[in-house]
Design a binder for this molecule. Structure first.
Ligand code: ADP
Length: 458
């Protein structure tokens, strides 16, 4: 089978950038990205400065290959029909109801995607799991495909995406490794080689690691769990630093200088956010429990619990400074994206801090270079709704949320400023003069240790 046409189902944070790079690096392959969300497809076909995903360098690539060998389409049927290889890049959120609610992954999107593939396939297909999935999901996909379509041979590969939001394009260009898991059968091995061939258009062969399907699936959860664990580890130490006079910035540097540990993912913060870390760890915890590994489950669960503790600790610090009286206090929150250089606010720590302050009666003004007020309010509304807070109450809380433009950070008067996302824009702020008129809570150590400022772990 020669791969001439690729279809990717899911035009989100994973599917969009990954397919743009495959199209750029493989001009001989036609790549079509489809999505059930028509608005998203329209946006991918619209102005380059308004693509649904922001990543440095992405718009330039889309501009170069769009309508050449990269197409965004809502025609799922014909894209599946025409492709020899189909990537599944749909979302896998944490289940909110039923068995495993709050922990296990909701696989309904993956299942409906597999049903579409079974329904529309008329020739043999290589189906690639790109979404992060619990180990042994390939079995489920195989069951759906094989029971619904007996005329076509499907080979399932696992090829988890390790890109980090904010540096996705660079990560895709220079991946540390590309992992491809496949069945150890002769057709399985051939399918793995087809995908290897695609990646070798730009990734050195020694960085492509082929394994069995289950190792590949579990490696993604394991990588995210280990990364999140480092953040929670340094965050526990930030609390201890505050009690002992040690400085977490110095601790991070000292510890990270050990080449066995390395410096990355060792910055203390208000906690990790994003769609992956918490979801993947909870999924790992659920899997461990499923297999009766209670101690292992509890070890990983603690990483998420410490993350919640850190968000709570930071919010409480602000509340305690005002002796619990935040009613009508104006508080600026700097940063809504869960990390710099992305417009993704899923699970952002800013939301948890904002909720806590709003519930105490504060008036919140939020600045973010990428995220607008509509998104901020929608994030907060969804959160309050998930806690079954009644509509009237939600509306009245949201009246206390407005957008703060960057220019006004200096000129408006606040009771307090909480810095949560380390956007590069904030480096130019004159913290020294601001700290003379307001209480500053630096959750990401960007203010350079001014003694009038509370900096986490310092
Ligand atoms: P990720 O961060 O994993 O890329 P996103 O939520 O950004 O997740 O993107 C997943 C995309 O997959 C969404 O745009 C969603 O509309 C799309 N999607 C989910 N299920 C299906 C499906 N069955 N068919 C087509 N698109 C789907």
């Amino acid at each position: 089978m020669k791969i001439k046409n690729i279809c990717c189902i899911g035009a989100g944070y994973v599917g969009g950038p990954t397919m743009a790079v495959i199209a750029l690096k493989c001009p001989h392959i036609n790549v079509t990205v489809v999505d059930a969300n028509l608005e998203k497809i329209k946006a991918w076909n619209g102005p380059l400065n308004k693509l649904p995903v922001y990543e440095p360098g992405l718009a330039e690539i889309v501009g170069e290959v769009r309508n050449k060998n990269l197409n965004f389409s809502d025609n799922i049927k014909s894209s599946i029909e025409n492709a020899e290889m189909i990537f599944m890049a749909v979302n896998t959120p944490t289940k909110t109801t039923g068995e495993g609610a709050g922990m296990a992954s909701d696989l309904s999107y993956i299942e409906s995607c597999a049903e579409d593939i079974a329904k529309y396939s008329k020739s043999d297909k290589i189906v690639v799991e790109k979404s992060t999935l619990p180990v042994r999901t390939a079995e489920k996909i195989k069951e759906i495909l094989k029971s619904r379509n007996k005329d076509v041979h499907f080979e399932i590969l696992s090829n988890p995406e390790f890109l980090a939001e904010g540096t996705a394009i660079n990560d895709l260009f220079k991946s540390d490794r590309v992992l491809i898991g496949g069945d150890q059968t002769s057709t399985g091995k051939k399918a793995v080689q087809e995908l290897v061939k695609i990646y070798t258009n730009w990734i050195p062969r020694d960085k492509i690691y082929t394994t069995n399907v289950w190792s590949s699936e579990l490696s993604k959860l394991a990588s995210n769990a280990m990364l999140a664990q480092r953040i929670s580890s340094i965050n526990t130490l930030s609390a201890l630093c505050e009690k002992t006079g040690a400085n977490v910035v110095e601790i991070s540097k000292a510890v990270g200088m050990d080449h066995r540990i390395g410096p990355n993912f060792l910055n203390a913060s208000v906690g990790f956010g994003g769609s992956c870390f918490q979801k993947d760890i909870l999924n790992l915890v659920y899997l461990c429990r499923h297999y009766g590994l209670e101690e292992v489950a509890e070890f990983w669960h603690q990483v998420v619990k410490i993350n919640d503790y850190q968000k709570e600790r930071f919010s409480q610090k602000i509340i305690d400074t005002f002796k619990g009286n935040l009613i009508n206090k104006k508080i600026a929150i700097l940063g809504w994206a869960f990390k710099p250089n992305t417009k993704d606010s899923r699970e952002t720590p800013s939301k948890y801090v904002a909720v806590k302050l709003l519930e105490e009666g504060a008036i919140i003004e939020v600045n973010d270079p990428m995220i607008n007020l509509e998104q901020i309010k929608s994030d907060l509304r969804s959160y309050f709704q998930s806690k079954s807070i009644e509509r009237v109450k939600i509306d009245s809380l949201l009246k206390n949320v407005t957008f703060l433009s960057f220019e006004k950070i200096h000129t408006r008067i606040f009771s307090s400023i909480a810095i949560i996302t380390a956007w590069p824009d904030y480096e130019s702020i004159d913290w020294k003069s601001l700290s003379l008129k307001t209480k500053i809570f630096d959750g990401c150590n960007v203010t350079n240790e001014n003694k009038n400022i509370y900096s986490i772990g310092v």
